[in-house]
Design a protein around this ligand. Structure first.
Ligand SMILES: C[S@@+](CC[C@H](N)C(=O)[O-])C[C@H]1O[C@@H](n2cnc3c(N)ncnc32)[C@H](O)[C@@H]1O
Length: 353
């Protein structure tokens, strides 16, 4: 049957693959039989401990959890006590974990030696505390930040309790304009810090992926508040951008703001962005704007973060002469009064300033 299906050129290349293959198999002589080994959604999924063949509608992260279950041997297994259940948690090296007896899974971040933040894909984050051989899961604590009121968050004059972009509402407004012009759904941020900008991105885009290298800082960000559509990553930013590239289709918004440490990841981040299928809109914070002494910018070991520093990377991402860029100005800056540069693909219609 597999050979018959493989040789059947009438099966469309794209579409609902389960329906297409199922119908073709029956047309080619297969007999339909009910089985519990095929799961129509991701409520159960294949693992070395069960005989499931496949499950459907899995997010890319869920697929990675399933794959890790077959690749890593032996993963770390801890028996944990939760206020509502007791179960084994299985931890994989790629930062994902799952419960043994259900398909509940998520991403973990080690806050310290005996405290691990569990960022469940479908539940609120929780804290795993280890004391000797005892492991218990507790609520994470922290106040949480409610989703932003987009009305008050969107304009330069609006009061903004969550201060994305270091309190600069001009950036808020420009990002929303670029989002509309380029029809952007996904936002990527490097340098999560306390998550102020991440939460705003999640409230205003379909998905937000953010990466922070410091686990304690990232756990503070999660305590301050999460959104179901934020994926927090704890790692070095270029690595995460490389791993996310296959998950992003269409134009994305990329906010590059990872710095403060000895290693300055910016040029490696730009290299990673070459892997995106569609060139993104890029905003680089703390960028040196010519003739704007009132605005702050970054320098690393005597190298200013300016156009000369990123020009060849931009040529590689967009193609030479195939992109446009713009800067803010002191008259159009607020909050921490930092410079920012925006880069975007050349279009027939340019975004209005
Ligand atoms: C200026 S803060 C980010 C502010 C945040 N984007 C916001 O708008 O609220 C810079 C952050 O980048 C993080 N960072 C530094 N190097 C990094 C790297 N290589 N990968 C990921 N994060 C990094 C720092 O730990 C710090 O939390």
């Amino acid at each position: 049957m597999v050979e018959l299906l493989a040789n059947d050129s009438s099966i469309p290349d794209i579409g609902a693959e389960d329906v297409l293959i199922g119908e073709a198999a029956i047309r080619l002589g297969a007999k339909a039989a009910a089985t519990t080994r095929l799961c129509w959604n991701d409520s159960r999924f294949p693992s070395p401990e069960n005989d499931l063949v496949t499950s459907h509608w899995c997010s890319p992260e869920r697929l990675r959890t399933i794959d890790a279950g077959f690749q890593e041997s032996p993963p770390l297994r801890l028996f944990v006590k939760h206020p509502h259940w007791q179960d084994e948690l299985v931890f994989f090296e790629n930062g994902l974990f799952r419960r043994s007896s259900t398909s509940c899974s998520g991403r973990y971040i080690a806050e310290s030696e005996n405290r691990v933040v569990l960022q469940w894909f479908t539940w609120k984050p929780e804290l795993l505390i280890s004391e000797g051989d005892e492991h218990r899961v507790e609520p994470l604590g922290g106040k949480g930040v409610p989703p932003a009121n987009k009305e008050t968050n969107a304009g330069p004059a609006g009061h903004n309790p969550d201060t994305p972009f270091n309190g600069d509402n001009h950036i808020v407004q420009r990002v929303l304009e670029l989002k509309a012009v380029f029809d952007i759904h996904d936002a990527l941020e490097t340098g999560t810090c306390l998550g102020e900008t991440s939460r705003w991105l999640a409230d205003n885009f379909r998905r937000c992926f953010t990466v922070e290298v410091n686990p304690e800082t990232l756990c503070q960000a999660i305590r301050k508040g999460t959104r179901p559509n934020i994926a927090f990553h704890c790692a070095n930013s270029p690595e995460v951008l490389r791993s996310l590239a296959p998950l992003i289709s269409g134009t994305s918004f990329v906010y590059l703001d990872a710095h403060w440490n000895d290693y300055w990841p910016l040029l490696d981040e730009l290299q990673a962005l070459r892997l995106l299928a569609t060139p993104p809109v890029i905003a680089i914070h703390d960028f040196k704007v010519p003739n704007e002494a009132a605005l702050g910018y970054d320098s690393y070991r005597g190298v200013d973060l300016d156009f000369a520093c990123v020009a060849s990377s931009m040529d590689e991402i967009y193609g030479a002469n195939n992109y446009r860029y713009e800067f803010n100005s002191a008259a159009r800056a607020g909050g921490a009064m930092r410079c920012i540069a925006y880069f975007f693909p050349k279009q027939q219609q340019q975004p209005a300033e």
